[in-house]
Design a protein around this ligand. Structure first.
Ligand code: HEC
Ligand code: HEC
Ligand code: HEC
Ligand code: HEC
Length: 247
């Protein structure tokens, strides 16, 4: 009972922190002062529509509304395609149901921010984008915010693994068809991370021993957190990293 009470108050606290909300972030594409925003002539309104729709989205999970990139992603420089712990890097991020492909649908720099599946009872409406960081097709063209290698848009080399298992409860896990590698030291993982988000099988829901993994949204909350870079836990004092790694 005592443990439950502490957990409940922690949730209330972080909800209050999140109440800062998406409106004042760079993900508010209605804000004309942001480097990426809707052209004043565009008829689309609301903030959520760029990512979510109540109907006819691309997937039930997250009611996803932003057009996916055609790119496949890989960590091209990794020998044998494995982490130091021997866990395979994913080669199926584009088709995997976890949220990573959703982030990369904008952050690989190839798809217009305004390319959505559904709005105003219309399929694929054209929402014209404007701003200093928008390319010719409405795509993100600020190299600092494009996560894969910009020359290909597909190579994730040098980026923290995503779409891979997390050793929840310090147990070997399977996630996205990948199992924890043989050289991962299970005692070096926080058993039940807080602040950050570890996902359950399928890329949503609650994690469990044996079925848990991480995505871009493990470290970031795209709706804003009050921390810089949408970070769920501040990077100050290495707090973000130490939320998962015991080092
Ligand atoms: C830039 C894209 C983007 C915008 C804009 C956006 N979201 Fe999200 N949203 C996401 C992503 C990505 C996730 C998955 C995050 C996760 O798994 O933690 C998500 C998850 C969610 C979830 C389910 C998981 C959770 O965190 O509770 C809800 C509900 C949600 N969004 C509502 C909204 C609403 C309402 C708005 C508008 C006020 C909005 N979102 C705007 C990208 C966006
Ligand atoms: C609909 C398109 C879209 C989606 C989906 C999206 N982003 Fe973004 N994101 C952007 C744009 C555009 C910017 C602003 C880039 C700029 O200022 O040049 C941005 C900015 C950011 C920033 C920088 C924030 C800051 O304050 O500097 C981070 C971090 C980020 N996004 C992470 C994510 C993550 C993680 C996801 C998925 C959970 C995601 N984004 C999904 C379009 C998107
Ligand atoms: C392990 C935690 C972690 C994961 C997973 C992660 N990020 Fe980040 N991300 C960070 C941190 C920390 C920063 C701030 C880096 C800095 O200080 O420049 C950041 C910064 C960013 C930025 C701002 C530009 C930059 O590079 O500094 C964007 C955009 C972004 N992340 C998108 C993503 C996307 C998209 C994914 C998934 C492919 C992702 N992140 C996965 C921790 C993470
Ligand atoms: C949400 C949990 C989580 C957070 C937060 C996190 N990591 Fe990780 N990290 C992982 C997982 C899971 C792996 C993959 C382990 C494996 O199976 O090999 C990993 C792998 C790594 C690796 C090893 C890559 C390799 O080649 O084997 C390094 C280094 C690393 N993380 C550094 C960091 C740093 C630095 C931060 C903070 C910016 C951070 N991590 C934050 C979960 C996390």
């Amino acid at each position: 009972m005592v443990v439950r009470a502490i957990a409940a108050s922690t949730v209330l606290f972080s909800t209050a922190a999140l109440a800062q909300g998406i409106t004042s972030t760079k993900h508010n594409f209605q804000s004309q002062t942001n480097p990426v925003h809707v052209d004043p002539s565009a008829t689309e309104d609301g903030i959520c529509v760029f990512c979510h729709t109540p109907h006819k989205g691309a997937s039930s999970l997250l009611l996803w509304n932003h057009t996916f990139s055609a790119n496949n992603y890989s960590w091209a420089d990794v020998s044998g395609g494995k982490t130091t712990g021997g866990t395979s890097y994913p080669t199926n991020v584009r088709t995997w149901t976890g949220s990573t492909a959703k982030c990369l649908s904008c952050h690989d720099g190839t798809v217009s921010i305004g390319a959505i599946y559904w709005s105003n009872a219309t399929a694929s409406p054209t929402v014209t984008m404007a701003g200093t960081d928008v390319g010719a097709s409405g795509n993100l063209n600020n190299a600092s915010y494009i996560i894969p290698d910009q020359s290909t848009g597909t190579d994730l080399k040098g980026n923290h693994p995503v779409g891979v298992p997390y050793s929840y409860d310090q147990a070997v896990a399977t996630y996205n068809g990948i199992s924890t590698g043989p050289d991962v030291k299970l005692a070096q993982w926080v058993a039940r991370p807080t602040g950050v988000r570890v996902f359950g099988s399928g890329g949503g829901g609650a994690p469990a021993a044996g079925a848990a993994g991480i995505e871009c949204a493990s470290c970031h909350d795209p709706h804003g957190t009050g921390n810089t870079f949408f970070l769920r836990v501040t990077k100050s004092g290495s707090q973000l990293c130490l939320s998962c790694h015991i080092k």
